[in-house]
Design a protein around this ligand. Structure first.
Ligand code: S3P
Length: 439
């Protein structure tokens, strides 16, 4: 396994007697990346409020600025001064996407639509993640794109400009990043492009491009984009809270015996709510309050309370709807009754770390019984967690998983190595943990 040791800081987390309080969940990472990129390609000025200010989204801002976008930081958000695609120019250096898979794959689509040469790279973790999945289908659209190891790894070199439309492209995996790269590139196509996935992935790209004036027709796992004659229309975006971030507290609240947590402003787009469906199927009490629509996305306040959980089997269409939350599902499974099986989820192996291996390792350190499978894992329930040392393996979601596990032990202090990695998606994580646990 190739590991990026991103952060060497460590935190100590103790078992907590109760979890109580409210969290204003930070902005959605997927929507933040898209709001920045699409408005940078658009014509007009747009505000992006409540955006996620984190390492990953800072990587996107830096790359867009290197392409000539004007992005101004203002209290509470950013203002993007779009000058259309023609307002962007060839960067004079390699673009560094840091740890952000979304930045690299979506930006590959952005620069494929622009008539110049761009090189995209990232940190050691990102440079080990599969890029053939965008190189191959972008090639079908006529994009000249190449990468290391026979075009499967970054750095990626893209000569953009002319995109061939009037065709259907099938993606090898259900991945919103791959689908989005293709849809974004197709903005410059000479005719409609249909993208078909094996199962439907998150649809934030489709929603936002529609709001910007693009013709998008969705039909199950297939999306057809008809390019606009002119530029995208800039739109203000208020970014909903990230359900993948909220998931840490949903799980902590459901498994802890004395918990009630209210999560304000969580995005509950149905392509993202697999974690709620799974937790409810396990017996969790999760209440939706104040349901509303924010920036074209459904949003609600969520209240989670201590629950008696039992094991479940997760597979099929649920997998892309809960992909980033599956390590937390495994943790739930370890503390629930019965057995929890996660299968058809080999995508977990190509995230910021190999999340089948790293999740199994982490949960075993706390006392869980976990069997790794090529496409998932089997977790035995009713584990009694004891204090442990857990490593993030350079993966923000593993650092948070370790912290949630550490709250559930019978006592004693656990050590989380690589604690600073949370900054990739949730810089305020440790403060919120201290508040909720009364530490
Ligand atoms: C994302 C899509 C998912 C997810 C990632 C963000 C996006 O990846 O894991 O954290 O913003 O499109 P895949 O679509 O590649 O599974």
């Amino acid at each position: 396994m190739i590991e990026a040791i991103r952060d060497t800081s460590e935190r100590t987390v103790s078992a907590t007697r109760r979890l109580r309080g409210e969290v204003a969940v930070p902005g959605d990472k997927s929507i933040t990346h898209r709001a920045l990129m699409f408005n940078a390609m658009a014509s007009g000025t747009a505000r992006v409020d409540d955006f996620l200010d984190s390492d990953d989204t800072r990587s996107t801002i830096a790359c867009l600025r290197a392409l000539g976008a004007r992005i101004e930081e203002v209290p509470g958000g950013v203002v993007v001064h779009g000058q259309g695609r023609a307002g962007l120019h060839e960067p004079d250096d390699v673009l560094d996407c840091g740890n952000a898979g979304t930045a690299m794959r979506l930006l590959a689509g952005v620069v494929a639509s622009l008539p110049f040469y761009t090189v995209l790279t990232g940190d050691a973790s990102l440079r080990s993640r599969p890029m053939g999945r965008i190189v191959q289908p972008l090639g079908e659209l006529g994009v000249r794109i190449a990468g290391r190891k026979n075009n499967t790894l970054a750095p990626l070199a893209v000569q953009g400009g002319s995109i061939k439309g009037n065709r259907t492209v099938r993606t090898p995996v259900a991945s919103a990043q791959v689908k989005s790269a293709l849809l974004i590139a197709s903005l410059a196509a000479d005719g409609p492009v249909t993208v078909v996935e094996p199962a439907k992935s998150r649809d934030h790209t489709e929603r936002m491009l529609s709001a910007m004036g693009v013709g998008i027709v969705e039909d199950g796992p297939s999306v057809t984009l008809t390019p606009l004659a002119g530029d995208l229309r800039a739109v203000d975006v208020r970014v909903p809270g990230d359900i993948s971030t909220a998931a840490a507290w949903l799980v902590a609240g459901a498994v802890h015996p004395d918990a009630e947590i209210r999560l304000r402003g969580v995005g509950v787009n149905p392509t993202r709510t697999g974690i709620i469906d799974i937790l409810r199927a396990m017996g969790a009490s999760i209440e939706f309050q104040e349901e509303r629509v924010v920036g074209g996305e459904p949003v609600a306040d969520l209240v989670v309370r201590s629950s008696q959980l039992h094991g479940v089997e997760v597979f099929g269409d649920l997998v892309p709807r809960a992909i980033d939350e599956l390590p937390l599902v495994a943790l739930c499974g370890a503390l629930a009754s019965g057995e929890t099986v996660i299968r058809e989820a080999s995508e977990l192996r190509v995230k910021e770390s190999d999340r089948v291996a790293t999740t199994a390792m982490l949960l075993r350190a706390f006392g869980a019984e976990v069997e790794e499978r090529p496409d998932g894992m089997v977790v035995q329930g009713r584990a009694k967690f004891h204090a442990a040392t857990a490593a993030s393996h350079g993966d923000h979601r593993l650092a948070m998983l370790g912290a949630v596990a550490a709250l559930m032990t019978g006592g004693g202090d656990s050590r989380i190595l690589g604690a600073g990695d949370v900054a990739v998606s949730y810089p305020g994580f440790w403060d919120d943990l201290a508040r909720l646990s009364g530490a």
